[in-house]
Design a protein around this ligand. Structure first.
Ligand SMILES: [Zn+2]
Ligand SMILES: [Zn+2]
Length: 114
């Protein structure tokens, strides 16, 4: 089988690999491998490693944000939005509960989680 040539995901140096390892191998050297791992752990930032930046919209403020990593898990553009959205959700739920319970107990202090 013909060798496969693919670029290192860190330094973009072309790697000539046998097809059996080409799909697994992502970097040309140990130092590039280490950088790849640390970039993935950190979750962002390495300009040499791109998986196609995607644009997502914040679930709270609707502002588009780009995130290259862990996009599936992210809903918000920033921590503040995440916090505020959760607080808002709590408030709405608390209000609904209060409305439903006005007859039996006017005072409920519980904070339901969303
Ligand atoms: Zn490399
Ligand atoms: Zn936001």
């Amino acid at each position: 089988m013909a060798p496969v040539v693919k670029p290192c995901e860190i330094c973009a140096a072309p790697m000539v690999l046998p097809p059996s390892v080409a799909s697994r191998r992502r970097t040309c050297s140990r130092s590039c491998q280490a950088r790849l791992l640390s970039a993935e752990r950190r979750g962002s930032g390495n300009p040499n490693y791109r998986r196609g930046p995607a644009e997502w919209r914040c679930a709270f403020c609707g502002r588009p944000f780009a995130d290259r990593y862990y996009v599936a898990r992210r809903k918000y553009c920033c921590r503040d939005c995440q916090r505020l959205d959760r607080m808002d959700c709590r408030r709405t739920e608390a209000r609904a509960l209060r409305r439903g319970r006005t007859r039996e107990s006017a005072s409920e202090g519980g904070e339901p989680a969303c």
